[in-house]
Write a protein that binds this ligand. Structure first.
Ligand code: A2P
Length: 336
C-alpha cells in the first residue's frame, strides 16, 4: 500500500529534512503534499528528484491525506493537527503542542514503538530533540539496571531554533570577523563566539521550559515518574548537532565495558569511545547529516558507585526531529 503524505512546514529546517528522509528511505508515497504559510505558497521544495509546489496550509483541504508530518510550530499544530486527524489522517507532530496530553503517545522509534499504536486522537507526538538523543542512549541502560537519577547539561545547536537562527549565527560571525557591529534578533544576546544558558521561557521553578521538557518527556517515554532528572540547557554557536554531558545513576553498578557492550548493541546508537585524541564524537565530525546517536567518553562517575558519565551527540534535525518522525510514520505504515 502507498500513502498520501503531507509535510506541514515543508519550507522549514525540519520540514525540508523530512522531505529528504522520506525520499532517502523510499517511504511508500503515492502523493506528497508540501504545505507552509501563505508567505511561501507557490515556491517549490525538493522531494527526491521532484520539485513540489508548496501550498497554503490555511486553505488546504486535508481529506484523503493518510499521514501528516507537522513541523510548523505549536500554534500551527494546535489549530491544524486536529483538523487533519478529523479528516482521517494520522498526524505525527514535531511541536510540543500535544506532547504532555495523556491521550497522545510520545514516541521514540527505538525506545517505545509500541506506544504509537494507541492514538485515540489520531495524533502521535515527536519528542523534543534533546530528550530524543538522550533516551535513545539511556533506555538500554535503564532496561538493564533501572535509572535512579540523570544529571544532564546540553550544548544545543542553533538549527534547533529554526532557519532564522542559523542565519543569525552566520551573519554575526561574518560581521564580527569584519569588525562590524551586530544586532541580536533571534537570540537575546550575541550567539556567535558565545554561549547562552537559556532556551525557551523561564518557568516558576527557575528552570526553562526546554529543561523541563527533559524531565516531563523522560517520565512519559520511559513510563516511570520516579526517575530524577536535573537538566541545564545551553545554546552554543554550532549549526547542526546537539551534544549532552550526562551523568546517570543506576540502581546497580554497570561496568564501563558492559555499558559499551550494551550501547554497541542498542538500535540507533553508535559508540565512538577511544581514549585518544579524536576518539570521541563531535557535532561536526560525527553527527551532522547522519542518523545515529553517537556515544563516547563512557566512564565511571568518580563520585558515585553506580554512576556512569556519557557524552551523547546527534543531529538534532535528523534523529532529533525529522528522522524520528519518519520512523514513526514507518511504524504507522507497517500496521497495514
Ligand atoms: P513559511 O516558510 O511559509 O514561513 P523554521 O522552524 O525553520 O523557521 O520553519 C518553520 C516552518 O513552519 C516553515 O515551513 C514555515 O513556513 C512554517 N510555518 C510557520 N508558521 C506557519 C503558519 N501559520 N502556517 C503554515 N506554516 C507555517
Amino acid at each position: 500500500r502507498r500513502f498520501r503524505v503531507a509535510v506541514v512546514g515543508a519550507t522549514g529546517a525540519v520540514g525540508e529534512t523530512m522531505l529528504s528522509i522520506l525520499a532517502e528511505r523510499d517511504f511508500p508515497v503515492s502523493e506528497l503534499v508540501a504545505l507552509a504559510s501563505e508567505r511561501s505558497a507557490g515556491t517549490t521544495v525538493k522531494f527526491g528528484d521532484d520539485d513540489i509546489v508548496v501550498q497554503d496550509l490555511a486553505t488546504f483541504d486535508p481529506s484523503g491525506i493518510d499521514i501528516a508530518l507537522f513541523s510548523a510550530g505549536s500554534d500551527t499544530s494546535k489549530v491544524y493537527a486536529p483538523k487533519f486527524a478529523a479528516a482521517g489522517a494520522v498526524v505525527i507532530d514535531n511541536s510540543s503542542a500535544f506532547r504532555y496530553d495523556d491521550d497522545v503517545p510520545l514516541v521514540i522509534s527505538e525506545v517505545n514503538p509500541e506506544a504509537a499504536r494507541a492514538r485515540p486522537r489520531g495524533i502521535i507526538a515527536n519528542p523534543n530533540c534533546s530528550t530524543m538523543q538522550m533516551l535513545v542512549a539511556l533506555a538500554p541502560l535503564h532496561r538493564r539496571a533501572r535509572i535512579v537519577r540523570i544529571n544532564v547539561s546540553t550544548y544545543q545547536s542553533v538549527s534547533g531554533a529554526g532557519r532564522s537562527a542559523m542565519e543569525e549565527l552566520g551573519r554575526q560571525t561574518g560581521d564580527l570577523l569584519n569588525f562590524r557591529g551586530i544586532d541580536p534578533q533571534k537570540f537575546p544576546v550575541q550567539i556567535a563566539f558565545n554561549l547562552i544558558p537559556q532556551i525557551d521561557a523561564f518557568l516558576e521553578n527557575g528552570f526553562t521550559r526546554e529543561e523541563m521538557k527533559l524531565v516531563w518527556e523522560t517520565h512519559k517515554i520511559l513510563g516511570d515518574d520516579s526517575i530524577l532528572v536535573n537538566p541545564t540547557a545551553v545554546r552554543v554557536p554550532v549549526f547542526y548537532g546537539h551534544s549532552e554531558s550526562v551523568a546517570v545513576e543506576l540502581r546497580e553498578r554497570i561496568s564501563v565495558d558492559e555499558a559499551r557492550a550494551i550501547l554497541a548493541d542498542a538500535p540507533g546508537v553508535e559508540v565512538v569511545d577511544e581514549r585518544i585524541a579524536g576518539g570521541w564524537p563531535t557535532p561536526v565530525t560525527h553527527a551532522s547529516g547522519r542518523d545515529p546517536v553517537f556515544v563516547g567518553r563512557i566512564r565511571e562517575d568518580l563520585s558515585h558507585p553506580n554512576g556512569l558519565n556519557l557524552w551523547i551527540v546527534a543531529d538534532n534535525i535528523r534523529k532529533g526531529a525529522a528522522l524520528n518522525a519518519v520512523q514513526v510514520a514507518e511504524l504507522v505504515a507497517g500496521e497495514g
